[in-house]
Design a protein around this ligand. Structure first.
Ligand SMILES: Nc1ncnc2c1ncn2[C@@H]1O[C@H](COP(=O)(O)OP(=O)(O)OP(=O)(O)O)[C@@H](O)[C@H]1O
Length: 256
């Protein structure tokens, strides 16, 4: 069973303590939402696990220290979706998604049948097949965000780190993407997703981590974590709760 274990993770950015001794674990099959106010340290935490920012502490996947892997080994194990969906080159959508396959083969070689299948499947799952030949620079912001996520899915890595995967998307595509991420978890991956929408976190996540001022202040099932008290204390929001598909879902109704 694959498992991510994070211990004593600390990130300093200049004079800011962005993440303060974070510790948590996640298991194969879990979709874990990371929530917290702006500046709380969510991106820093995810980037540290991805090995993209200097940190102290340990991150291990299946007992292997991620810090000790080569960049290619790490890229095979971790698929990272950054917060911003920017492409510098006018690559066709299909080729942009195929970048997710780079860790699996010779970057200058021909794509293998597995590569072609992974790319076609990812395009289809993100409803991008009709746009496959379009340059990524000629897409809307939400379409580009879906291309970035298709690239992540094409990687077929056991750990997916998605920083605000729904930020640029309309409500239907937000649900499509969370359905996909939950399916990825159910297929045996570990998925960590930074989300701002507490209702989506409550509906989709198996577990919710709450970060406030660099520290993990709550970790558990959404129903136990996303209480009216916690949301008031951490986010300064009053909520109504509605039940959807058996889950207690917070609906923010105003600032406190
Ligand atoms: N390059 C940097 N240099 C110094 N401080 C930084 C840098 N990047 C981020 N910070 C600070 O680190 C803290 C954590 O930032 P981070 O981006 O991890 O927060 P976040 O929870 O992802 O926020 P948001 O919801 O706004 O994306 C913030 O106080 C931020 O101002």
């Amino acid at each position: 069973m694959s498992a991510l274990s994070v211990a004593d993770l600390t990130v300093r950015l200049g004079s800011t303590l962005a993440v303060d001794r974070a510790a948590f674990s996640a298991e194969q099959g879990e979709l874990v939402a990371i929530v917290g106010p702006n500046g709380a340290g969510k991106t820093s935490l995810v980037r540290a696990v991805a090995g993209l920012v200097h940190h102290s502490g340990q991150c291990s996947l299946d007992g292997t220290r991620l810090e000790e892997l080569t960049p290619v080994e790490r890229a095979r194990r971790i698929a990272y979706l950054p917060q911003r969906a920017d492409f510098a080159w006018a690559l066709p959508v299909r080729d942009a998604v195929a970048l997710g396959r780079l860790p699996h083969g010779d970057p200058f070689g021909r794509p293998s049948p597995d590569d072609a299948t992974a790319v076609a499947t990812a395009l289809d799952r993100l409803a991008l097949s009709a746009l496959a030949d379009r340059p990524v620079t000629a897409l809307s912001g939400g379409e580009r965000a879906r291309v970035m996520l298709a690239r992540v899915l094409a990687t077929q890595a056991p750990l997916i780190l998605a920083d605000e995967p729904t930020a640029a998307l309309d409500p239907a595509h937000q649900m499509l993407v969370l359905d996909l991420l939950r399916d990825e978890a159910r297929a045996g991956r570990i998925v960590l997703a930074v989300l701002h929408d507490l209702a989506l976190a409550a509906r989709y996540a198996d577990r919710v981590l709450v970060i406030d001022q660099g520290a993990i202040v709550a970790d558990g099932p959404a129903v136990a974590v996303l209480t009216g008290d916690l949301i008031a204390r951490v986010f300064g929001l009053a909520c109504l709760f509605v039940e959807i598909e058996g889950r207690r879902v917070p609906m923010p109704i105003g600032r406190i």
